[in-house]
Design a protein around this ligand. Structure first.
Ligand SMILES: *Cc1c(COP(=O)(O)O)cnc(C)c1O
Length: 249
């Protein structure tokens, strides 16, 4: 188990190095985030004890389940799943540094209210639906600048950049197009000179498409399967709205 994870991390590192070389980028500009949904705390710890620092869950329930066991091992927690407004109070208990999946105004408003009450701030990325797939969350690209502007007005939300999940397709050019859309939006937003935000981070690229994402400017790649192996649940369990939320029971 340990050997597998360490080997996989080495392979990912080589892929990052190669993609950066090809793109003429400095590998220090690309952070590896481990997507840990369905992965046990024990296995996550192996990665954290061997050089990894950045992890993220998709569901508040899983975050909660692993929290105690991971608390003593230094790491940074992001959140990359669809966040329901009724989970806001809950998620703020678990030391999340950045919510990468801010995709709508009512979520921003409610987060802000809660953060004000707790007298604290949180980093966020605006999640954009670059693939136009109904099953995925994220704000429409055409509405991204407007949402970013509105979120910038909430003093407790520190916008750091954008996030997207690329299209699932074997057609690599179509996948790459999603990353180009995100990069383009970032450049447009920078030219808007919106006060109180940063547009440094582009969170895009996963196990299957991280090279294209790095070539298109990713600063955070989110990798699960390629480090921890295949998951038992299909991704639709994590990405689709609907009544398949087993955590509700
Ligand atoms: C699961 C997940 C990933 C990682 O996907 P892999 O294909 O396992 O690398 C990245 N981003 C999000 C939002 C995810 O839910």
């Amino acid at each position: 188990m340990k050997e597998d994870i360490l080997h996989n991390l080495k392979v990912i590192d080589t892929r990052i190095q190669n993609a950066c070389k090809k793109a003429g980028r400095n590998p220090d500009e690309v952070k590896l985030l481990l997507a840990t949904k369905t992965v046990s705390a024990e296995r996550i710890k192996i990665a954290l004890e061997n050089g990894q620092t950045l992890i993220a869950e998709n569901k508040v329930q899983e975050l909660k389940e692993k929290y105690e066991e991971l608390k003593k091992t230094p790491h940074i927690n992001h959140f990359i799943g669809h966040l329901q407004t009724n989970k806001i109070k809950d998620i703020l208990k678990y030391d999340i540094t950045c919510i990468q999946s801010l995709d709508r105004l009512d979520l921003a408003e409610k987060l802000h209210q809660r953060l004000l009450a707790e007298n604290r701030t949180i980093e966020v990325l605006i999640q954009v639906n670059t693939s136009n797939e109904e099953s995925k969350f994220g704000i429409d690209p055409s509405q991204t600048i407007e949402l970013t502007r509105k979120v910038s007005e909430f003093s407790t939300l520190k916008v750091k950049g954008l996030m997207t999940i690329g299209l699932f397709s074997a057609e690599s050019e179509k996948v790459r197009q999603c990353f180009k859309i995100l990069k383009n939006l970032q450049q447009q937003i920078i030219r808007e000179y919106i006060p109180n935000i940063e547009m440094k981070e582009l969170s895009m690229g996963m196990s299957g498409d991280l090279e294209a994402a790095i070539e298109e400017g990713a600063t955070i790649i989110r990798v699960g399967t390629a480090v921890f192996g295949a998951r038992i649940y299909p991704d639709s369990y994590y990405w689709d709205e609907g009544n398949n939320d087993k955590s509700k029971k």
